[in-house]
Design a protein around this ligand. Structure first.
Ligand SMILES: Nc1ncnc2c1ncn2[C@@H]1O[C@H](COP(=O)(O)OP(=O)(O)OP(=O)(O)O)[C@@H](O)[C@H]1O
Ligand SMILES: [Mg+2]
Length: 235
């Protein structure tokens, strides 16, 4: 087991948002986290990263609790996070944005950067371009690339498809798959449920801050209740 979220509950102020959430990601897996707007997907990812404090439960990564660990130290332990909305440094170049992911003193910086450029060839032609001038898809690539230069064991991805044309989303997914084949485990929160189920091996569906359905993605795609409620497909 690489990541285990155990009976986690979290609130923003007095408002409870997550209730007794438990999920697991095995080494090498691609796991999807689905659910309607406001279900709590982003909050769960933020709890894992130490960006939102949670009052009950635990997060165990690589056999150790990371409950009280600070976000930057969680990154050092091997979890990288691509937030909703990408959050690049627009006035900095692609190259400088990517370099931000690597530690300041780092003897394999070139290898880290080369890996990103091999996964995202479009970026190698734009190294010196300011991030703000990139297309939405290219910015998404930089955000993922910056996460990968931390050399993560695991990537948390929040709404990769957001604002992307289907073709661009496919290109990004292909690179994620390549990173996965190189050993990076994936937990992805995604609105595009159908594509996320095709892409992942297992999935969790959240509803009002709770996990309501979990299983193998293939089984969920064929489950009439899931089809109707989450995929917009009548049986
Ligand atoms: N910073 C915050 N302060 C207070 N409430 C918040 C905050 N962020 C999120 N919430 C609330 O927490 C709930 C879960 O939000 P969250 O963003 O985790 O959902 P989500 O599943 O990621 O939704 P979406 O698909 O729209 O991204 C929502 O009711 C939201 O209004
Ligand atoms: Mg969200």
């Amino acid at each position: 087991m690489l990541l285990s979220v155990e009976s986690l509950s979290a609130s923003y102020g007095n408002i409870r948002v997550l209730w007794d959430v438990s999920i697991k990601v095995e080494k090498g897996e691609i796991v999807a986290l689905l659910g309607a707007n406001g279900a709590g997907k982003s909050t769960l990812l933020r709890c894992i990263m130490g960006l939102v404090r949670f009052h009950d439960g635990d997060v165990v990564f690589d056999s150790q609790s990371i409950k009280r660990v600070r976000p930057h130290a969680i990154v050092q332990r091997g979890i990288a996070y691509v937030a909703e909305g990408r959050r690049l440094f627009g006035a900095m170049t692609v190259e400088d944005n990517l370099r931000m992911g690597a530690p300041r003193k780092c003897d394999d910086l070139k290898a880290r950067m080369d890996l990103v450029y091999s996964l995202f060839p479009a970026l190698s032609e734009r190294k010196e371009q300011n991030a703000a001038t990139l297309s939405g898809g290219e910015q998404q690539m930089v955000a993922i690339g910056r996460a990968l230069t931390t050399k993560p064991k695991m990537l948390l991805l929040d709404e990769l498809s957001f604002g992307l044309a289907p073709k661009m989303f496919e290109r990004v997914l292909k690179s994620i798959q390549e990173a996965n084949l190189l050993g990076v485990s994936i937990l992805m929160a995604e609105q595009n449920s159908e594509r996320a189920l095709q892409f992942s091996s297992r999935a969790y569906i959240m509803e009002n801050g709770r996990i309501s359905v979990e299983g193998k993605s293939q089984d969920l795609i064929n489950d009439p209740r899931v089809k109707e409620a989450y995929l917009g497909l009548a049986d």
